[in-house]
Write a protein that binds this ligand. Sequence first.
Ligand SMILES: [Zn+2]
Length: 95
Amino acid sequence: MNRGRIVADDNRDRRIFIKHKMCRFCADPSLRIDYKEPSMLAGFTSERGKMIPRRISGNCAKHQRVLATAIKRARNIALLPFTTAKIKTKERREF
Ligand SMILES: [Zn+2]
């Protein structure tokens, strides 16, 4: 499995190796995605309560789907916020 790629190779032995983010749930099968565990799910949401996209979190498509469902379920039973009110007031001051 290729876990990285060489970005720059300019014949000066300067090679920048970017490591691919591994899906946390694939790497550790003991990790479970549970909508009843808001502390774990909160790590995959932004400060505003938005879900972190796959390209940032490094999750695979399969686990991102499961995670998205779990976050939505947790929001629906008020374990996670849909949005944060405090940040909204800050934005209003800017205008
Ligand atoms: Zn995965």
